[in-house]
Design a protein around this ligand. Structure first.
Ligand code: GDP
Ligand code: IMO
Ligand code: MG
Length: 428
């Protein structure tokens, strides 16, 4: 057992991070979201009740757990307050929430710019969630960002708006959008600040002290490694680094403080938005999985693209992020599915490769090479306590994954509810 663990999506997002984080939160003191914003849609299901979380960490339904939103996250203050109301109406005191004073704010002009840029890209659009994520992280890098801590100082907030808005308004007008009225935005931010104030703090100081005190912390990533700004399928990526290797920067703790890295991996592939996906099955097989796995976006409700599990992609992300443990999710969906395959290599221009080409144009030409597996028969999920309780066909599929990725399967998820989880190795 370990005291600090990282949760990262190992594919294109929606791997079941919310479900696994909530499960592990029951054994932890703190859950800390480390990047992304309300582009995330993390589903937590407890006793048959589904909750869709966007910015709140997935430990928020576990009593006593402190939920931290770290500096690497981008926060839409209005959407966050709505999310708190949706989930904690009338019992806000049950939510123990700390928000980093260094996290950047997603403001209405970021959302308008996200939409305008996508519209201008036409057929080459990224397929973003239109939540203003890219423009907000861009402003952070441009030093034009407004941070959560700025909400605590009325005069400074106004001076930042006066510095930033003229630039943003020029961009908005150039892209055919209405400019933002400073007084309106300032007034709404002051109102939001009143409610957010009690939660705002230096979360790096808090996390370091908690680690020194031996507290158990789950660091929860959003999105997936293949949407990583540096290591993903650029330009079809998000604007942050959803991998465990970004945790030190995104939370303000040292790299050696992370004990284990748990990759959440769906038993097959899905992707929302544009970009190459060599093992995509835009056919009956894909439709069957989409319906069995309810593969529709939590945030945008878009049908997810479905494909065979691609271990070239997951192998690449496991290597760069130092994955030690796997949590394999949606395994129940594969029951009775015929024509089961795993992608083990690609053919690119006649050559067999087992790495991820940097260029999206090369990647789009990759043809998958598959290994076939026997159909996994229906089995009683409540009877699975140890690996050998699984049908032999399931063991073969899972062992192949573990051997290829050089990581142990510590958690197997056999349904959306918190209770439908089997642990082979305790990770926290
Ligand atoms: P996240 O973004 O990584 O948290 O994942 P999402 O919540 O976007 O998508 C995962 C979906 O799969 C949600 O609808 C979950 O309720 C559901 N889910 C998670 N684990 C399992 C599982 O083991 N089996 C089934 N059938 N559904 C699951
Ligand atoms: P969770 O945390 C799946 C995708 C979008 C788009 C690209 C860029 O639920 O796994 P953005 O709005 O981030 O600028 O969009 O990234 N994307 C996700 N896909 N799950 C997510 O989050 C995603 N967050 C962003 O569809 O292709
Ligand atoms: Mg999701």
């Amino acid at each position: 057992m370990y005291s600090t663990i990282a949760i990262e999506g190992s594919q294109f997002g929606d791997e079941g991070k919310g479900k696994i984080t909530d499960y592990l939160a029951n054994k932890a003191d703190i859950v800390c979201r480390y990047q992304g914003g309300n582009n995330a849609g993390h589903t937590v299901e407890v006793n048959g009740i589904k909750h869709a979380l966007r910015s709140l960490p997935s430990g928020c339904f576990v009593s006593g757990v402190v939920n931290v939103i770290a500096n690497g996250v981008v926060i839409n203050p209005f959407a966050l307050l709505e999310e708190i109301d949706e989930n904690f109406h009338g019992h806000e005191n049950d939510l123990k929430l700390l928000i980093s004073d260094r996290a950047h704010l997603i403001l209405p002009y970021h959302i308008a710019l996200d939409e305008a840029i996508e519209n201008n890209l036409g057929d080459n659009k990224i397929g973003t969630t239109h939540r203003g994520i890219g423009p907000c992280y861009s402003d952070k890098a441009l030093r034009l960002g407004i941070r959560v801590g700025d909400l605590l100082d009325k005069d400074y907030l106004l001076s930042r708006l006066k510095t930033v808005l003229p630039v943003k308004n020029k961009e908005l007008i150039a892209l055919g959008k209405d400019p933002i009225i400073i007084d309106d935005l300032y007034a709404s931010l002051l109102a939001a600040a009143e409610r957010l104030k009690p939660h705002i703090t230096d979360t790096s100081v808090y996390l370091n002290a908690a680690i020194d005190d031996g507290k158990k912390i789950v660091f929860e990533g959003a999105q997936g490694s293949l949407l990583d700004l540096d290591h993903g399928t650029y330009p079809f990526v998000t604007s942050s680094s959803p991998t465990s290797i970004s945790i030190p920067l995104n939370t303000g703790i040292a790299p050696q403080k992370i004990n284990r890295v748990v990759a959440i991996m769906k038993s097959y592939m899905t992707r929302v938005g544009e970009g190459p996906m060599p093992s995509e099955q835009n056919n009956e097989w894909g439709n069957t999985i989409r319906e069995k796995g309810h593969e529709y976006g939590v945030v945008t409700k878009r049908p997810r693209r479905v494909g065979y599990l691609d271990l070239v992609l997951v192998g690449y992300t496991c290597k760069i992020t130092g994955v030690t443990d796997l949590a394999i999710t949606l395994f129940d969906v594969l029951e009775n599915v015929s024509d089961l395959k795993i992608c083990i290599a690609y053919k690119l221009d006649g050559k067999v490769i087992t790495n991820l080409p940097a260029s999206a144009s090369d990647y789009a030409r990759c043809v998958p090479i598959y290994k076939s597996f026997k159909t996994i028969p229906e089995f009683d999920k409540t009877k699975i306590k140890v690996f050998s309780d699984l049908p032999v066909e399931a063991q073969e599929y899972l062992s192949f994954i573990a051997d290829t990725l050089h990581a142990r399967i510590s958690i197997l998820s056999l349904g959306p509810d918190r209770s439908e989880t089997v642990v082979f190795n305790e990770v926290i």
